[in-house]
Design a protein around this ligand. Sequence first.
Ligand code: GLU
Length: 285
Amino acid sequence: MIVTRFAPSPNGPLHLGHAFSALTAHDLAARQGGRFLLRIEDIDGARSRPELADEFRRDLEWLGLEWDEVPAQSTRLASYDAVAHELLFRALGVLYPCRCTRAEIAAAAREIAPDGSPVYPGTCREHPVSGDTSHCAWRLDMARACAIAGPLGWTDELAGEQQARPELFGDVVILRKDAPASYHLAATMDDHADGVTLVTRGMDLFASTHVHRLLQALLSLAVPIWHHHPLLLDTEGRKLAKRRGSPALADLRQAGEDGRALADRLRAGELPAGISLSDGLHSES
Ligand code: GLU
């Protein structure tokens, strides 16, 4: 059975871009009698506002969607930690502690990863941290991890067959200093645990899938298919964002707008003035 998911982070209210994403995932499952899951990704440290999750549920209901909710990420912290330490660190030896600050990394980095972040220059891999690691992030030794996993591929329903290129990201963080787990580890483990067969999300996360595919191989997890959908863009071609003036769904809902009618318009590709659908594969985030 096809299982899709919508996995919003309660860092800010949902807007039209999220509505489009949720509808896409919902409809892909519904068309084939599958399941559509909601997973609240609430482990983003200080940015996370768990109280927004209730608003998200009201927004989805207002759009006329039905879903099965799986446990929020904040309830799964022990599993991320156990897998990172037991499998990646002890069994595979592909994790190491890192004490570098963002500023140090930015100053020493020579390359930029596909998600726009600086590629870690390898300082704490070359000069291992000794002593207390309690305030460290834990990074993946990318070269070693890729050597263990060997060449990997993955399939996107829209973009077709892909060769996994996780090395473009360098030594990514797996356990964060300021939060229990990185997005990469948490999303990958949860999609497996939740039985997701079609990972549906915006194409701004397309490149992250290279890293997720590698983690699946290292952790012997099931390999789903992906569906990275186009993004809703503003007049300047940027992804919609509340901070750039895109209205929150909660505001439209509270102003009495008909959510189901809005959902039908989005399905039909009728976008509000000033909003367009991206067509390239690697839209700016
Ligand atoms: N939680 C992520 C976000 O809100 C989405 C992660 C995903 O779909 O894999 O941007």
